[in-house]
Design a protein around this ligand. Structure first.
Ligand code: PLP
Length: 476
């Protein structure tokens, strides 16, 4: 497709008028994207960049799926805009699909509320949890990521992702007036480098309930705040931005704990939902026995990101409560017909093409590929994941798991990020037209669509091999 766009003009406007994410003005640099296809971004020069970040881990069906695009076009022919007190066929059908077709066998899901995206879904879930329990506090976890809005960012515990500003002297500008008092932080099962000095699974035997040390500590912290003050604990299934894959007995132990304490469990499925992990939801894939959350939040994969949408799904008791009150709470765009139409078409596509099964199959091939990389490259300290979400830890020394950057997940983001090992991997992989990225310096977050081909996975491994070989040659 020949581009008629004047990209020099675009660059000028982009540099001059936009407040950019994650870079300072003096660092200006970007990748121009002319269009997208499958697992690829295509630049104005026609470079085909294989996207092993899946953008923000959110294009589950792949880019430009005709069924989704056509459903949006049909909805556009029928609707301008309708707000949330009116009912369109799209809104009712999507709610039915989520509760019956996707979660019908789960035995817990009862009702859904649509919203604007992932942060808004978290905001809504925390709001509902507080309203239902009439308790103020939400327990979140170190390195959890839950979004950018005022409530969701309270639960976000990655330092560099809390909306701070960092200048070229690494001076950190905090956000005055931001109130973090609604949440408190609990430990996360980062078994690879356990600050409690434990080694999984031995940490279970050191306390009498067979609890993992991190769960035991979580319980103690919640009890320290007083269960009468704690509405819920919010967890991701695996940590999507913190990039940590917990052991399969962790979530079941969180379920046991929340039942024992009588608090709610919100599972934030914004990044892992809709087939990515080899099951419909991450909590199903990441548990060694069936578990039942009380609330789940979703976004991203619900439309494969063709349009913005979020959804919060609640259990029967909460659903009954929400039915028993007038909830004076609505947002202009929460019932917009276009994203709802996109979501229906997306879910039909994911169901018809067995997204969870495809993702699981791709994940097995990917695991074997990562195993080969691990055997060849001593800079890989750990790889872990499921389906089409993978964590890779980059280490200076595999014997000790010593990271390249000591601060690891507590960096501010103001450091010279070009020296971070994940930036080096990104830069080298781009030479082979493959996009690989991380968040904190020592780890990589690898993801593709649920339908990624073996050929594209092989292309990824060729670039990854090349980039790792370079990382192992340069002295950091
Ligand atoms: N929750 C999780 C687990 C996420 O990964 C994200 C975004 O990456 C969010 C919430 C926030 O979603 P959004 O960026 O759509 O506001």
């Amino acid at each position: 497709m020949a581009s008629k766009i004047d990209w020099n003009q675009i660059k000028e406007w982009d540099k001059k008028y936009l407040i950019h994410a994650n870079i300072r003005g003096d660092e200006y640099g970007t990748v121009f994207v002319d269009h997208t296809e499958g697992d690829y971004l295509i630049t104005p020069e026609g470079r085909r960049l294989l996207d092993f970040c899946n953008q923000l881990v959110c294009v589950n069906a792949g880019q430009n799926v005709p069924e989704i695009q056509n459903a949006i076009k049909d909805a556009l022919d029928r609707f301008g805009f309708v707000w949330d007190i009116y009912t369109t066929d799209y809104k009712a059908e999507l709610a039915k699909m989520l509760i019956e077709d996707i979660l019908g066998d789960s035995g817990w899901a009862s009702k859904v509320r649509f919203c604007l995206g992932g942060s808004d879904a978290v905001e809504t879930a925390m709001h509902i949890a507080r309203l239902y329990t009439r308790k103020p506090l939400i327990a979140s976890r170190m390195y959890g990521y839950h979004g950018v809005s005022a409530g969701a960012v309270q639960a976000t515990r990655i330092r560099e992702s809390r909306g701070i500003g960092v200048d070229s002297n690494e001076r950190v500008d905090p956000v005055p007036g931001r109130n973090y008092s609604g949440t408190f932080v609990c430990p996360v099962p980062f078994c690879f480098r356990c600050p409690l000095g434990q080694k999984y699974p031995n940490c279970k035997t050191t306390n009498n309930k067979g609890q993992l040390a991190r769960v035991k500590m979580t319980e103690e912290i919640i009890c320290n705040h007083g269960v009468e003050n704690v509405a819920a604990i919010i967890t991701e299934p695996a940590l999507g931005a913190g990039i940590i894959v917990p052991p399969d007995d962790y979530l079941p132990q969180i379920e046991d704990m929340k039942n024992r304490l009588g608090i709610l469990w919100i599972v934030d499925e914004v990044l892992m939902g809709f087939g990515r992990m080899g099951e419909w939801f991450g909590y199903q894939a990441m548990s060694d026995r069936p578990v039942k959350p009380d609330i789940i939040t979703t976004a991203k994969g619900i439309t494969s990101s063709a349009l913005p949408l979020g959804a919060v799904i609640v259990n029967k008791d909460i659903g009954d409560y929400m039915d028993s009150i007038r909830w004076m709470h609505v947002s202009t765009f929460s019932g917009h017909p276009l994203p709802l139409a996109a979501a229906i078409a997306n879910l039909k596509y994911l169901i018809a093409h067995d997204a969870p099964g495809q993702s699981k199959k791709a994940g097995e091939y990917f695991r074997a590929g990562l195993q080969k990389m691990y055997e060849k490259h001593p800079s890989i300290g750990l790889f872990a994941g499921k389906g089409m979400f993978w964590e890779v830890e980059l280490v200076k020394n595999r014997e000790t798991n010593e990271p390249f950057f000591e601060a690891d997940r507590n960096v501010s983001g103001g450091e010279d990020v070009s020296k971070w090992p994940n930036s080096i991997i990104s830069a080298k992989a781009m030479e082979k037209d493959v996009i690989i990225k991380g968040v904190a310096p020592n780890s990589l977050r690898i993801a593709a669509s649920c339908f990624v081909t073996k050929e594209d996975m092989d292309k990824f491994f060729d670039a990854f091999d090349y980039a790792l070989s370079y990382l192992e040659k340069v002295k950091l």
